[in-house]
Design a protein. Structure first.
Length: 292
């Protein structure tokens, strides 16, 4: 899926031609202020001397659209696509909005299906768009939302066994801690909130489809960061910082789900490039009583 281009949707305009920099700034300011009439006038003027500028056509379309000038806006959106606007997904999204406002449901759905193939706009953003509310139960619309919803592949669920509210005890220690592990941001992030009294910390954990690995970034009130990378191995999540930082010490952490629903977290360190390992922490996670 292509990256979500928030700038194109919300109006942070970037233009290719420096020749009209000052005028561009004025036009962009009108757009940012949602001065739609001013936006139409400014970009219409810019297009008189730069007729092939895709960005100008796009922002002209946005102004026309918000003024209810649907026929003009449709032509301007199409011109932006023809001229190679940097974010075709943004054009497709707004065209679908336009078609719904103009009472053209079939054209709106067809454009949304094109958007699903293009990618780049999160499904949750689409499903929460006011104009698409009448489509909420439409099978084609639901398929579009599903296609645009990220973090749904099986790899994103590999660390779900760690989710929950836990009591944490460690071997050889009478003290205990709590750890709240939650799925956030549509299931794209596993968030850890650790509390051992005077020692607290948190981590974000996520699967990156670009390198097909899980990543963890940890920081505590002790001020020492930890960056880990790895993945599922024989049912356990194994991540280490080997090759990620310049250090003589390698950190490796293994999370293993147990048959009784508990989870073991085994943190090891090595100072001989992985030839031998020393246990730094060996913790047992048990679900809090209300979750059992």
């Amino acid at each position: 899926m292509k990256p979500f281009c928030a700038a194109a949707i919300f109006g942070l305009a970037v233009f290719a031609s420096p020749a009209y920099a000052q005028t561009d700034e004025e036009a962009s300011a009108k757009y940012a202020a949602q001065d739609w009439q001013g936006t139409v006038e400014a970009y219409s003027a810019l297009l008189e001397s730069d007729t092939d500028n895709a960005g100008y056509h796009y922002y002209l379309a946005r102004g026309q659209h918000e003024l209810g000038q649907y026929e003009e806006a449709e032509k301007s959106y199409q011109k932006a696509l023809d001229e190679g606007f940097a974010s075709p997904a943004s054009v497709q999204y707004h065209l679908a909005r336009l078609y719904m406002s103009a009472g053209k449901k079939k054209k709106a759905l067809a454009m949304l299906e094109t958007l699903a193939e293009t990618g780049g706009i999160p499904g949750g953003f689409v499903s929460n768009t006011t104009e698409f509310a009448p489509l909420a139960d439409d099978e084609k619309f639901l398929a579009v939302v599903a296609a645009l919803t990220p973090c749904t592949d099986p790899e994103y669920r590999h660390f779900d066994f760690w989710l929950g509210e836990w009591d944490v005890t460690s071997a050889g220690s009478s003290s205990s801690a709590t750890n709240n592990i939650s799925a956030e941001h549509g299931g794209c992030v596993v968030l850890e909130q650790y509390n051992a009294g005077g020692f607290t910390g948190m981590s974000i954990n996520f699967y990156d489809s670009n390198d097909s690995h899980w990543h963890q970034t940890w920081m505590s009130n002790a001020g020492a960061a930890l960056y880990l990378k790895g993945g599922l191995e024989d049912g356990s999540m194994v991540m280490s910082d080997k090759g990620l930082v310049e250090s003589d010490t390698i950190n490796r952490i293994t999370w293993t789900p147990n048959e009784d629903g508990s989870v073991r977290q085994h943190w090891e360190t090595s100072t001989d490039d992985g030839e031998s390992w020393t246990t730094a922490f060996d913790g047992l996670y048990t679900k809090k009583a209300e979750e059992r």
